[in-house]
Design a protein around this ligand. Structure first.
Ligand code: FEO
Length: 397
């Protein structure tokens, strides 16, 4: 990708990573790739806002060179320490060694512990300003959105917010703007990103959006550090964040199971039929052993109910389910109802183990779990169906 002009004096100079499929270790499956968005602000002084992941340093340098000589950069704004945005900083700084690096105090600590660079660093706090000539940058600390060092940069005269990870999507594309891509697809990717990265920080998201709204700051464009830039209707993504952060849910149940010899799968389908026949409740079913976990968590974002099933193995749940529930616990979903089910051969154990983990996650276990020995018979099939109907009532079906 070449540099893209956003407005006079502001350019996208980042990189598109078409091939990445595992992000943050393997906690996020980036089936659509991602982008590392860096922005060049050109005025009497020149500022680079964020860089890119290290392996994409050459793309960043090439894009900057289309606009200016990198040696002319006066400031590098580091909104976030994480290496997907700071990895190219050491190489860029070599091209503009007099450039000052700006970021929060936590950013300073983090950058040093990552790169040990001998750079002139200016710590900034919320409300601090940096004049580039006709354009002014101001900074808004955003701790835990999603790291302690996180910060937003705001272009005052142009009303453009550069919020780094917030409002992003993992989506590699040759388009850069929301009015150039399918809006439903875009919101789906943004929801997936929120569910898998920002959900645990929802109270902070609400507080930060409230802070910005009370400050009456106009926002014409939101240019995040991953994915597409919101210029058609930037409030659309802000309003969606408010709903997601409030844990607003629908009459929807996500059934997630792992099965050894299909008995737990049979149970899952019968439970689903019970819910569907109750009417008015949407149901999704996933085998966690084969489904994309990132998609499952996204489906859970607006679901009131989660039903979790596993066969018993060694008196416990199966290992994919254990890993999935550990991740779900980290996401801290609020205001949801849940219940457990599963088949067993000897003594059982998975249902109790799932319930324990769900309770530890702060998710309400709304009804007793359902266990079936080996393959469900006709009565047990009926019990699964009734289990689904009972749960549907609790969801409002
Ligand atoms: Fe996109 Fe927190 O890094």
């Amino acid at each position: 990708m070449t540099a893209v002009k956003i407005i006079d004096g502001l350019y996208w100079v980042g990189a598109v990573d078409w091939n990445v499929r595992a992000f943050h270790g393997h906690t996020y499956n980036t089936q659509k790739g991602t982008t590392y968005n860096a922005y060049l602000v050109v005025d009497e002084k020149i500022a680079l806002v964020d860089t890119v992941y290290g392996p994409f340093t050459a793309d960043l340098i090439e894009n900057i060179k289309e606009i200016i000589d990198p040696a002319k950069i006066d400031y590098i704004i580091a909104n976030h320490v994480e290496t997907d945005h700071s990895g190219a900083l050491p190489a860029i700084h070599k091209l503009c060694p007099k450039a000052k690096v700006l970021g929060t105090q936590k950013c300073k600590e983090g950058l040093y512990k990552n790169y040990y660079g001998d750079w002139e660093f200016q710590e900034v706090k919320t409300g601090d300003k940096l004049s580039l000539g006709k354009k002014t940058l101001t900074f808004l600390e955003a701790p835990m959105l999603h790291w302690p060092d996180s910060m937003f940069t705001y272009m005052v005269e142009d009303a453009i917010l550069l919020p780094n990870d917030a409002f992003g999507q993992h989506y590699a594309s040759s388009q850069r703007f929301d009015d150039e891509v399918d809006p439903c697809f875009l919101m789906d990717e943004a929801a997936k990103y929120y569910a898998n990265i920002l959900l645990p920080f929802s109270p902070l998201v609400l507080r930060k959006i409230d802070e910005v709204q009370k400050a009456n700051i106009p926002i014409k464009i939101i240019a995040p550090s991953h994915g597409i830039i919101w210029r058609k209707d930037p409030m659309k993504i802000v309003n969606a964040y408010v709903e997601w952060a409030k844990n607003t849910t629908k009459k929807k149940v996500v059934i997630v199971y792992e099965t050894m010899w299909k008995s737990t799968e049979i149970m899952a389908k019968q439970i689903a039929d019970g819910i569907i026949d109750s009417g008015g409740v949407d149901v999704k079913i996933y085998d966690v052993g084969s489904a994309d976990k990132t998609d499952v968590i996204k489906e859970m974002l607006d679901a009131k109910g989660f039903l979790i099933g596993s066969s018993t193995h060694g008196n416990d749940m199966l290992p994919h389910m254990a890993g999935f529930l550990a991740f779900l616990k980290d996401m801290k979903p609020k205001g949801r109802l849940t219940a457990a089910f599963g088949s067993f051969g000897w003594a059982g154990g998975a249902v109790a183990s799932i319930e324990k983990m769900l309770k530890e996650s702060g998710i309400e276990v709304a009804q007793p779990g359902l266990g079936v020995k080996f393959v469900p018979d006709a009565n047990e099939i009926k019990a699964c169906y009734e289990f689904g109907r009972e749960f549907a009532k609790k969801i409002g079906g």
